[in-house]
Design a protein around this ligand. Structure first.
Ligand code: ATP
Length: 289
């Protein structure tokens, strides 16, 4: 019998994102609180007996070793010594190079599914360890929900759920390369620090207005995205509690108390930016159907 499984791989936003230093290996250490949202790629994986990995995607991204989902299957089979291969299909909804961890979500989905399909049943910690070798956001995408992520992003502390709200995502056409974003950060003469401790405290207290007031992202100080100012202006005019860039951009998110305000804001934003998504916070990164 052919074993196949389909999951939803949720995107994330960064409620706060600070860069706290540079590690010996040259990577930056970060302090970020990430939140899963219900904008997702659909990832289907089946085991095959050929030992090869085959990947199909409905969007123009590389489908070979450069793809994070492909890498995830490769590394899973290498680490576990399992001789199977995998057929992977990705229906992509998460925009690419958007600061929403689309690639990391796909990799996390493949790891989570292969863990079940092969019956290997690695622990969450073991799976996150493998995920961290693919990318710093993969462990969060495996865990999902609301979490503080430190070191390069792969040291995770689970936090209480974000209070119920609506999160509008506006993705300007221009994407941002994460490498370039870090280069801009390194070249910046001075950076205003976000209020990390106060944000953590607000998240723990599940105080949405306070959380919104501490949303901040240091990359906003060094990366200029066309339309970002307009998006933030519209969000704030339409009653957003906060508007902030996610990851290294270019997506801007707005947090709203109610659906009606979020939808009206989304409608207006659509006039200036094509990719608009109305989402809600999710309690997990990977959703099994
Ligand atoms: P992050 O928020 O983690 O910085 P991002 O949303 O900015 O991620 P992605 O969309 O994950 O960026 O990926 C950016 C690059 O990775 C693109 O150049 C893309 O071609 C490549 N890539 C490799 N695999 C994938 C994948 N499965 N999905 C999307 N992009 C992928």
């Amino acid at each position: 019998m052919r074993k196949e499984m389909t999951v939803k791989a949720n995107a994330k936003i960064n409620l706060i994102l600070d860069i706290t230093g540079t590690l010996k290996n040259g990577y930056h250490s970060i302090y970020t609180i990430m939140q899963s949202v219900d904008l997702y790629d659909t990832v289907t994986v089946s085991l095959n007996e050929t030992g090869n990995i085959k990947l199909l995607c409905d969007k123009p991204i590389p489908c070979d070793e450069r793809n994070t989902a492909y890498k995830a299957a490769q590394i899973f089979f290498n680490k576990t010594g399992i001789k199977n291969g995998a057929d992977i299909k990705i229906e992509k909804r998460i925009p690419v190079s958007a600061g929403l961890a689309g690639g990391s979500a796909d990799a996390a989905a493949v790891l989570a599914v292969l863990n079940k399909l092969t019956g290997k049943n690695l622990s969450a910690a073991e799976l996150c360890g493998i995920g961290a070798e693919i990318g710093a956001d993969v462990p969060f995408c495996l865990v999902g929900g609301t979490a503080l992520c430190q070191d390069i992003g792969s040291v995770i502390s689970v936090l209480p759920d974000l209070p119920s709200c609506f999160i509008v995502l506006a993705k300007p056409p221009q994407g941002v390369s994460t490498k370039q974003a870090y280069r801009e950060y390194d070249a910046a003469p001075w950076i205003r620090r976000p209020k990390n401790e106060l944000m953590l405290n607000a998240v723990v207290r599940q105080d949405l207005p306070d959380i919104a007031s501490y949303c901040a992202n240091v990359f906003e100080q060094v990366i200029d995205i066309p339309k970002r100012v307009d998006i933030k202006y519209i969000m704030s005019e339409r009653g957003a509690l906060a508007s902030c860039m996610s990851g290294s951009g270019s997506t801007v998110f707005g947090i709203f108390h109610n659906k009606d305000d979020a939808e009206k804001c989304g409608f207006l934003l659509k006039l200036i930016v094509p990719d608009i998504f109305i989402t809600t916070p999710q309690k997990s990164g990977i959703v099994f159907e």
